[in-house]
Every structure is written in structure tokens, then in C-alpha cells.
Design a protein around this ligand. Structure first.
Ligand code: ATP
Ligand code: MG
Length: 419
């Protein structure tokens, strides 16, 4: 029969790779947990309406990247393409405004987008992110950026750059959008067909275009950063001052555009030279209108999301020490059922005594089993001869001794570094 493969754009996380992810997760625990952020997990799918409202119906994500399906009862559901809208939904749904504010979350999980798969771009991918809800001050913006920088640093992500901008408030943006749209119309003949077709839908996206003609037009386009309202400009100045104080380097990028409609004020993205075409490692921004947009009280918020595959691709190779094996148990005569029970029990009791114990499960010959014990770096091997007696071999010294099976664990505990 033909074999079945994982769907296009998905992949298996095999053990060595899974271990690198555990290392990443432990850094997240340390860095974000240490700063008072706590883990949150939301469902893998949500009402489609949540993303239409919470990400924005004009965005690429909602327009063409969502996996939506009927839940069987006529309701449209969507595999979550991002984490912010679900977390804001949870914040509102659980009345978390009653908690001491701000509430600070981190999350780590898989997300889904119908994209053309390539290196660093998948249909099921993983993100780590954080959100701070209920704090609007610039120190929150700077803290979020700082913590993400620390995580990337801990993972040894090479060649990072931080791009920074401010989107101001939605009212300023509407005025700016009109100005930009008029400018694009005046230069329509120089734009790519795709950009021209989307002038009205999403003019900001023109800054992202990769064709020369559009890029030349955009180099002289009006910039939102030059149009900020005084309080937004003041907020942005303070964010920059705090980042300077923390020694975080950034580049102002007035063309920075990100996929959410409800971003306000600070916007940022880390890229890495080590990544090639999919250079975005992670980014985020402030979303002071989002909670209201989802039916809650007006509440400021800010967060980021970073792609785990991209962190690992651009990150340092971390030497992964295999799990230590204190004891490897081999049953000498597999035909002897009582010896089989004794070997099984020995491994079980060894684990209860706090040893990392493995039982030979591979039906290997004695020679093969000893070779395997050596390969996995077992500290001791116990060969269970029958229900009473065993041979214990110290794999470091090569010494071996015959002893009663019930004495094996005590002997190891006395003799090993675990004693
Ligand atoms: P891109 O421009 O690469 O499509 P994006 O702006 O869509 O990124 P966000 O929605 O901000 O990305 O998601 C945050 C991070 O999640 C990205 O910086 C990237 O590291 C990662 N990411 C986004 N989409 C994918 C994907 N399809 N596969 C793998 N990682 C992804
Ligand atoms: Mg994208």
C-alpha cells in the first residue's frame, strides 16, 4: 500500500528538534515568568468572527490565509491564525478587568495559515508571544521589546535588527490614508498591477511591495511618522528614550507595516540576516482599540509574537545532552518468565528510587543489548539471571559483580554519583 505523508506545509517535530524547543520554552519561562508574565492557552479554533473583527477584514490573514470550516451546526470556525485576538477574547470573557491591572500573559503554541509553504513559512507553525493588557504607558512598550530581545539573545539568534515605528491613532491614520491614497493614485501608472488593484483596500501595503517601480514611488511617499498627533509623538519619544537607556539598538522605519488593523502607536519587528527571504523573526505592537472592538471596555494593550521555527533556524546550535541513563536492565534468559518479571520489577523499583532506568525492549541478543547500553551511555547494566540473582556491571570501570537482585538498587545508590 502507498504510504501516507504529512500534509503540505506541515512537518513533524522529531526528538532532537523537540529538545531544542524545550530549551526555548525554559528560556521563556525564565525570562517572562521572571518578569511576572503568566502562561495562557486558548483553543486551537475560534469563531471566524473573532478574527474578522480582531485582526481586521482587510488584512492578508483574513483575506486569504484562514482555514475556516463549518462546525457542523452552521457556525463558521477558524483555526487560529494568531494569538492576540483570542487572548483579548479570553480577557473579556473571563472579566479579567477585575484583576489587578495590567494582566501579563505569555503563550506558546501552534497557529495555522493557508500560505505557500517554503523555508521558514508553514501552514501549521509555532509562535511564542506575550501580551500586556491594561497598561498604556511607554514603559510597557519598551519592556515588551526588551523581553523579546532577551529571548532572542538567549537563543543565540544571529544578525538581528529591530525596526521601530509608530502608527499613531486611528483618526490620524484615516487622514494619512487619504493622503497616501491620493499620492498613489497620482502615481498609479508607475505601480505594480497588484499594488494598483489594492490602492483603496490597503494602501499601506504598497510599502511592502518588492517591485522596483512601486519601491521608487514609495521612497517619496508621505510618511505616517511625520504626521503623528502630539500625544502620540510624545509617547513614541519616550519609548525611544527607554530603549536607549536599556541599550537596545533600533532603526526607525516609517514604512513598517504589520498585518493588524487595530494597531495603535508603537509597532516593531525583529528581523534576522540569517533567515533569507522570510526574515521576520517576531514583532508586535500596541492595540489600544482592540478590546473595545471585541466588545470590552476601552483598554490599552500591547504584545508580540515570534515564530519558533525562525528562532530555531536563526538561533545557535545548542549542544543537546542526551538524558542520562543510570541503569539499563537486561533479562538474561528471555524464555524464563520469572526472570522477565524480576527484570521488569527491577526497572520499576529503580525509577521509584529516583534512578533513570531503562529496560531492554528490543529483544536483542546479550551482546547486542550490552552494545546498546554502551551506546546510550548507561552508567550501570544489570543482567537479571533469574528471579533471585543479577550481575551488575559498572560501565565506567568495567567491573562487575554477582549479587542478589534485591541489592542492585542499593548498590547503585551507594556507588554512584546519585548517592
Ligand atoms: P511574514 O511577513 O513573514 O508573513 P507576518 O507579518 O505574517 O510575517 P506575524 O503575523 O506578525 O507575521 O507573526 C509573527 C511571527 O510569526 C513572524 O515574525 C514569523 O516569525 C512567524 N510566522 C508568521 N507566519 C508564519 C508562517 N506561515 N510560518 C512560520 N512562521 C510564521
Ligand atoms: Mg504573513
Amino acid at each position: 500500500m502507498a504510504s501516507i505523508q504529512a500534509p503540505k506545509g506541515t512537518y513533524d517535530v522529531l526528538p532532537p528538534e523537540a529538545e531544542r524547543r524545550s530549551i526555548l520554552e525554559s528560556h521563556v519561562h525564565r525570562i517572562f515568568g521572571g518578569a511576572g508574565y503568566r502562561r495562557i492557552e486558548t483553543p486551537a479554533f475560534e469563531a471566524t468572527e473573532l478574527f474578522a473583527r480582531g485582526v481586521g477584514s482587510a488584512t492578508d490573514i483574513v483575506q486569504k490565509e484562514m482555514y475556516s470550516f463549518d462546525d457542523g451546526g452552521g457556525r463558521s470556525m477558524t483555526l487560529r491564525p494568531e494569538g492576540t485576538a483570542p487572548i483579548c477574547r479570553a480577557y473579556i470573557e473571563h472579566g479579567m478587568h477585575k484583576l489587578p491591572l495590567p494582566v501579563k500573559f505569555w503563550y506558546l503554541g501552534s497557529f495555522f495559515r493557508a500560505e505557500q509553504p517554503q523555508k521558514g513559512r508553514y501552514r501549521q507553525f509555532w509562535q511564542v508571544g506575550a501580551e500586556v493588557i491594561g497598561a498604556g504607558g511607554p514603559e510597557t512598550d519598551a519592556e515588551i521589546i526588551l523581553l523579546l530581545a532577551e529571548l532572542l539573545d538567549a537563543m543565540g539568534v544571529k544578525g538581528t535588527r529591530l525596526r521601530l515605528a509608530s502608527l499613531g491613532n486611528p483618526e490620524t491614520r484615516i487622514e494619512y490614508r487619504d493622503e497616501l491614497t491620493a499620492y498613489l493614485r497620482a502615481h498609479a501608472s508607475e505601480l505594480s498591477v497588484e499594488v494598483r488593484a489594492r490602492i483603496d483596500l490597503n494602501p499601506m501595503r504598497a510599502f511592502d511591495a518588492s517591485d522596483r517601480g512601486t519601491q521608487a514611488v514609495m521612497a517619496n511617499a508621505p510618511k505616517l511618522l511625520d504626521r503623528l498627533a502630539p500625544d502620540d509623538a510624545e509617547h513614541f519619544d519616550q519609548v525611544k528614550t527607554l530603549l536607549d537607556a536599556a541599550g537596545i539598538r533600533y532603526e526607525l522605519d516609517p514604512t513598517l507595516v504589520r498585518g493588524l488593523d487595530y494597531y495603535t502607536r508603537t509597532l516593531f519587528e525583529f528581523t534576522s540576516d540569517a533567515l533569507g527571504a522570510q526574515s521576520g523573526v517576531g514583532g508586535g505592537g500596541r492595540y489600544d482599540r482592540l478590546i473595545e472592538q471585541l466588545g470590552g471596555q476601552p483598554t490599552p494593550g500591547i504584545g508580540f509574537a515570534a515564530g519558533i521555527e525562525r528562532i530555531l533556524l536563526a538561533g545557535a546550535e545548542q549542544p543537546i545532552a542526551p538524558d542520562p541513563v543510570d541503569l539499563f536492565v537486561i533479562v538474561g534468559d528471555r524464555e524464563n518468565r520469572r526472570a522477565g518479571v524480576a527484570g521488569f520489577e527491577l526497572a520499576r523499583e529503580a525509577r521509584q528510587a529516583g534512578l533513570a532506568a531503562q529496560l531492554e525492549l528490543g529483544a536483542r541478543s546479550m551482546k547486542g543489548a550490552l552494545k546498546h547500553a554502551d551506546r546510550i551511555n548507561a552508567r550501570y547494566v544489570a543482567i537479571v539471571n533469574d528471579e533471585q540473582s543479577a550481575t551488575l556491571k559498572d560501565m565506567d570501570t568495567g567491573e562487575q559483580q554477582d549479587l542478589e537482585a534485591i541489592r542492585v538498587i542499593a548498590t547503585i545508590l551507594r556507588g554512584s554519583r546519585l548517592a
